[in-house]
Design a binder for this molecule. Structure first.
Ligand code: DGL
Length: 374
């Protein structure tokens, strides 16, 4: 168990949004508390200029954090895949408080019915929103986003950013006009996905590969790899070892590599002229194995995923929220909210599994992992 995980504070029975801070979060709070007057100055001038440096070059999100208002962002996925999106979002939005909810109890989502997913995701997001009052939710799951987004957005008062397959960039990139979509069985057959293809890659031949096996492979690799890494590096975390390396850092044994080769065979077994030149990683789990996938399909096939675009989108949405807030002269009413970054899972797990979750999330900078009671 990591030091950060051991340092958990008191936990309320609901979502466990705690009052006690770990040392890292406490430092963040101290840093935020020291510049409260910047918020007042910015409001008065209706500007997001950084009063400390006066250079006006600070990203709006950073300025928001310095103004004592640290945006709370919740990530949601069925499992660990959303961490691939989280790493991209965090790079561009370092001064946010991050939370992660994963639906381990019914993982994976890939073959669940659309009605089930809508009901399930709505319940879970309502629950976490009631406990946490986040500023923004990222549905870091293509399988869920492609079915729930349109239905749940109207009932949430905050922006919901969805992750959907990167068909638009793939359509822009492909010279051969042949692309492949590697995603879950649910995602490849969704009407939403079909609309994306019709809108952004209508003239492309699209090879759809639906796989549940690759979701399990990525989830298991990340869990086992990070927990053994944590043990051998005595609790090192994202702070010291950037997770930019996750795509290449995860090791596959011979059987796993063979399995990955079989999953990719619909692409690699094609004669080269018929192969796509772009492969979309349309499930957030798959970038966790990006370098292994790239090595198997070869350099003539470009891999695209949605992670970096979601990072930019989150940055834009938060900047817009801050602008509106300052324009309205809203009070700076959330100065102290730098609680410990928390991940919640659904369902019952063994002590060992809980330890694996804790080690994995500690590696990504989260301070604690808890069971969510529905
Ligand atoms: N990571 C998810 C996605 O992007 C879900 C995978 C699953 O649970 O099947 O689709």
């Amino acid at each position: 168990m990591s030091a950060a995980h051991k340092a958990n504070g008191a936990v309320s029975p609901a979502c466990g949004e705690e009052a006690a801070l770990t040392s890292a979060a406490a430092q963040k709070e101290v840093a935020l508390g020291g510049v409260a007057q910047v918020a007042a100055g910015a409001r008065a001038g209706n500007s997001v200029r950084d009063a400390k440096t006066g250079d006006g070059q600070q990203p709006a999100v950073l300025t928001a954090a310095r103004a004592g208002r640290c945006p709370k962002i919740v990530f949601f996925d069925s499992g660990m895949g959303g961490l691939s999106v989280f790493t991209e979002v965090r790079k561009l939005n370092p001064d946010c408080a991050y939370y992660y909810l994963f639906d381990h109890e019914v993982f994976p989502y890939g073959e669940k019915s659309e009605a089930f997913l809508v009901a399930r995701v709505t319940t879970l997001l309502n629950k976490v929103s009631a406990c946490l009052a986040p500023d923004l939710i990222v549905i870091a799951c293509n399988t869920a986003s492609t079915v729930v987004l349109d239905q749940i957005r109207p009932s949430f008062p905050i922006p919901i950013v969805g992750v959907v397959p990167a068909i638009k960039p793939a359509g822009e990139l492909s010279r051969k006009r042949k692309i492949a979509l590697l995603a879950t069985p649910g995602t490849v057959q969704r009407a939403y996905t079909q609309r994306l293809i019709a809108n952004f890659a209508a003239d492309c031949e699209v090879l759809r590969i639906g796989t549940v096996a690759l979701v399990h492979l990525a989830e298991n690799c990340l869990l086992s790899e990070v927990s053994s890494y944590q043990h051998s590096h005595q609790g090192s975390s994202w702070e010291e070892h950037t997770v930019a390396t996750i795509g290449s850092g995860l090791q596959l044994n011979a059987a796993q590599e063979q399995e990955l080769r079989q999953i990719l065979a619909p692409v690699t077994s094609l004669p080269s002229a018929q192969q796509p030149d772009v492969l979309i990683l349309g499930c957030t789990h798959f970038p966790l194995l990006k370098d292994h996938i790239a090595e198997i399909v070869g350099p003539q096939i470009a891999l695209v995923d949605s992670g970096a675009a979601i990072g930019r989108r989150v940055h834009t949405v938060l900047a817009q929220q801050l602008k509106e807030r300052l324009a309205q002269g809203s009070p700076n009413d959330r100065q102290v909210q730098a609680g410990a970054w928390t991940a919640w899972y659904t369902g019952q797990v063994s002590a060992l599994e809980h330890e694996q979750f804790a080690a994995t999330f500690a590696y990504f900078g989260f301070h604690q992992v808890q069971a969510l009671t529905l």
